[in-house]
Design a protein around this ligand. Sequence first.
Ligand code: RTP
Length: 148
Amino acid sequence: MEQTFIMIKPDGVQRGLVGEIISRFEKKGFYLKAMKLITVERAFAEKHYEDLSSKPFFAGLVEYIISGPVVAMVWEGKNVVLTGRKIIGATNPAESAPGTIRGDYAIMVGRNIIHGSDAVESARKEIALWFPEGVSEWQSSAHSWIYE
Ligand code: RTP
């Protein structure tokens, strides 16, 4: 089944939003397949955001991501990449709808709490980068209550 990479950024961890964010993905019916609290080094953050290296905000983005621990996760489910982005909301919290994570908890684009993969292929790359050890194979006993 489809998997996505979700990262609670340092501001989300500092502000005590980890449980709230995990709860939203869990309650939707997605399965948590991997999770760790980790403070990443500059080179690792630059690798994660390498597609944005030419952007004017790249240096500030890297400083932000390495400024404290993040919670890295893999979530699994049907259409989890796209639906995860909907749960997260638009990149700029000024445009994120109420009811989304960014819409409810963030104000600035440079402090937008959470990252979610933008496509199945980028999810695959990001999961391999953040979880080279692999992810869990566990199966939820609630599966037939979520999927027909
Ligand atoms: P993410 O990768 O974090 O899920 O965010 P995204 O796809 O919604 O947005 P993307 O364009 O990939 O940008 C990555 C992160 O860079 C920061 N950003 N700052 N100052 C700015 O104009 C600006 N634009 C983007 C945000 O933290 C964004 O999530």
